[in-house]
Design a protein around this ligand. Structure first.
Ligand SMILES: Cc1cc2nc3c(=O)[nH]c(=O)nc-3n(C[C@H](O)[C@H](O)[C@H](O)COP(=O)(O)O)c2cc1C
Ligand code: SF4
Ligand code: SF4
Length: 253
């Protein structure tokens, strides 16, 4: 077994590490952007695939990775895990359907509520204490699910027909334009001091520093890693001002 994840602010990383560790203490977990991710998937039959929900869809980088590596999935058994701030419709189903098309067997799906990572929008904002509570509940859910899986029963959250309809009509159709490709909408303000942290963190290598300022390309997968880490709060995407940077470490005690 191997756990593979894309995580912007650390939520999904935590969930996949915890779940994978509970199921198989010897299993590795690998970030999607790591150089050896294909090799690790090749070596294993059972894959736990995790990512954040974005507008009831999977981040484009995850879908792109699945499509770019079509031949990787035949014969694999995949458990799809989507973390979310509130509602993910068929967040897990969005990759499950693709993977199935490329020959994978879908073991099940799981949605885990975590702190919201969109730190440049007021919507869904919670206090640190509330976010800590959310993480406590998420951990309990992961523990319950690990026990169920060990007993041979995989949850089917987000992969049913009803979840598909909920995701499609509840959100995906309305935000269609936001999820059809990589984004070129990242904004970097005057406050940037050219420290390069954002460039070093970006899983898409979408940022470079030129003449002492960060410059964004057009391959942003909207993970919010740079936005929630910039010491100058100089980066925004959905909104125009960083309210409070969200990172998993702030909410884990
Ligand atoms: C661009 C974007 C869109 C999002 N859309 C949704 C959504 O539709 N529903 C939801 O519940 N959470 C949504 N979220 C919140 C994240 O799914 C959630 O905070 C997730 O746990 C972040 O995980 P990460 O830290 O591993 O990236 C969105 C986050 C981003 C950055
Ligand atoms: S992390 Fe912030 S300050 Fe540093 S280079 Fe990136 S945008 Fe500029
Ligand atoms: S530019 Fe920022 S938000 Fe976009 S993919 Fe890179 S780290 Fe994530």
């Amino acid at each position: 077994m191997v756990g593979v994840y894309l995580s912007g602010t650390g939520n999904t990383k935590h969930c996949i590490e915890k779940l994978t560790g509970l199921l198989d203490s010897t299993a590795k977990t690998v970030p999607l952007e790591s150089k050896n991710v294909v090799e690790e998937i090749e070596k294993n039959i059972e894959i736990i695939l995790g990512y954040s929900t974005q507008f009831s869809n999977a981040p484009y980088m995850v879908r792109d990775f699945i499509k770019q590596n079509k031949l990787l999935w035949n014969g694999k058994k995949v458990f799809c895990v989507a973390t979310m701030g509130a509602f993910s419709g068929d967040g897990a189903g969005c990759t499950a359907r693709l993977l199935k098309k490329y020959g994978a067997t879908i073991l099940g799906g799981l949605h885990i509520k975590m702190p919201d990572s969109v730190c440049d929008s007021k919507l869904l904002k919670k206090t640190v204490e509330q976010n800590r509570e959310i993480v406590v509940e998420a951990d309990k859910k992961i523990e319950r699910v690990a026990e169920q899986i060990k007993a041979g029963k995989y949850p089917r959250e987000g992969i049913t027909f009803f979840a598909h309809i909920a995701g499609l009509f509840g959100q995906r159709l309305w935000f269609y334009g936001k999820t059809t490709g990589y984004s070129d909408k990242l904004k970097i303000s005057e406050n940037c001091v050219g420290c390069g942290l954002c460039a070093s963190l970006c899983p898409m290598e979408n940022i470079s520093v030129k003449d002492g300022k960060a410059v964004s390309g057009n391959r942003c997968t909207m993970c919010y890693r740079c936005i929630s880490s910039c010491p100058q709060k100089a980066i925004t995407l959905v909104g125009d001002e960083v309210k409070e940077q969200c990172r998993f470490e702030r909410y884990s005690s």
